[in-house]
Design a protein around this ligand. Structure first.
Ligand code: NAI
Ligand code: MG
Length: 365
């Protein structure tokens, strides 16, 4: 089959890590696992420099026409002075909004070879493989009213509004249940029904959807604060955790720190199904890392791991994705390290060498 991919490398280390993902993708093409048609366009600061805006309408059109977008990272000190509405990050926000990317998937995987670098005891995280599914387009970050007003007595009052509809909860929960079926078949739904009406509705909708369509999947309800505690106490109890925008922001950062470096964390953002395909953007969690840009020092594994997610979730190529994940595991087990995960006394390789090492492992029988 043939798959259309839009590459948006962006700024800083974005192009460096995107180049390694492109190398891996080309390998899968050569190996006959699919025909991958790639286009590349500018985003973020690079697009501001060329076109005056962080995302052109043409690039947005390409994103909409693609089966998946592979996004590097945007931003940097060079664009600190541009107007807020057209700052580099606005390009990513526009993509999320116009592609309707309501589900943010953040896996927390702990490779055995890196367990010692975790913030937790190695035995608590070794072999960890959990997925946080965060609602991304609703909730308190977007709800109206959202304002700061001055009261008659001179105090100021800030208002943010948490809003969720049944439809918004259903679609994010369905993503979580569908994912769980391809994994270890367990979902934990995190909210605060004890103190929030949105939590009451969340729990109610998830319970009903589960009973009607996903009774085969294990479901547990957990209070979001308890979930944060459990993630640090015993993270391996979880498979898929589904939660709202605010709690997901926090829980996914907690989960991230269970696994070591920012350079290791992939992510996916999924949207609605249109014409049989689900809109999707895959990107590393990290930013453009201006402090190491241009030094061949960036770890490309977050970006390459994001490509593995695209193979799995957008293209249905789970064998290819397994193979890539296994190549990452073996490369790390073999001791190949970029600077961020090398630790003291270990010789680090560069960005390109890490990409080459992954391809060597893919070649290995
Ligand atoms: P950052 O993620 O770019 O860097 C934080 C630290 O982690 C730095 O010390 C960096 O060297 C290191 N790091 C990040 N990715 C790495 C990798 N792949 N390999 C090795 N080390 C890595 O976050 P920071 O410094 O807060 O932001 C830098 C710029 O990136 C800012 O302009 C920010 O707005 C932007 N940003 C963009 C994001 C995106 O495009 N989605 C997300 C986060 C930040
Ligand atoms: Mg965050």
């Amino acid at each position: 089959a043939s798959y259309k991919i839009l590459l948006l490398p962006g700024d800083g280390i974005g192009p460096e890590v995107a180049h390694e993902a492109e190398k891996v993708l080309a390998w899968f093409g050569r190996a006959g696992l699919g025909t991958f048609e790639t286009e590349t366009d500018l985003v973020g600061g690079a697009a501001i420099d060329a076109h005056g805006v962080p995302l052109t309408e043409a690039a947005l059109g390409l994103a909409k026409a693609a089966d998946a977008v592979l996004f590097g990272a945007v931003g940097g000190p060079k664009w600190a002075g541009v107007p807020y509405a057209v700052r580099p990050e606005a390009g990513l926000l526009r993509l999320r909004k116009d592609l309707g990317l309501f589900a943010n998937l953040r896996p927390a995987i702990c490779y055995p070879a890196l367990a010692a670098a975790s913030s937790l005891k190695p035995e608590l995280v070794e072999g960890l493989d959990l997925m946080i599914v965060r609602e991304l387009t609703g909730g308190v970050y977007f709800g109206e009213p959202k304002e700061i007003v001055t009261l008659e007595d001179g105090q100021r009052r800030a208002v943010d509004t948490q809003i969720y509809t049944t439809g918004e909860i259903e679609r994010i929960a369905a993503v979580a249940f569908d994912l769980a079926r391809k994994r270890r078949n367990k979902v934990a739904s995190a909210e605060k029904h004890n103190v929030m009406k949105s939590g009451v509705l969340w729990k109610d909708v998830v319970t009903r959807l589960h009973a009607e369509h996903y009774a085969d999947v294990g479901l547990e309800h957990v209070l979001a604060d308890n979930c944060a505690m459990q993630l640090v106490r015993n993270p391996k109890q979880y498979d898929v955790v589904v939660t709202d925008n605010l709690f997901g922001d926090i829980l996914s950062d907690v989960a991230a720190m269970l696994t070591g470096s920012l350079g290791m964390l992939p992510s996916a953002s999924l949207g609605a199904v249109e014409n049989g395909t689900r809109r999707a953007l895959y990107e590393p969690v990290h930013g453009s890392a201006p402090d190491i840009a241009g030094q061949n020092a960036a770890n490309p594994l977050a970006m390459i791991g994001s490509l593995a997610m695209a193979l799995r979730y957008s293209f249905g190529l789970s064998d290819a994705a397994d193979r890539l994940d296994a190549a990452i595991t073996r490369t790390l087990a073999g001791g190949t390290r970029t600077r961020d995960i090398a630790g003291t006394g270990v010789n680090a390789v560069g960005t390109g060498e890490m990409g080459d090492a992954i391809i060597r492992e893919l070649e290995a029988p």
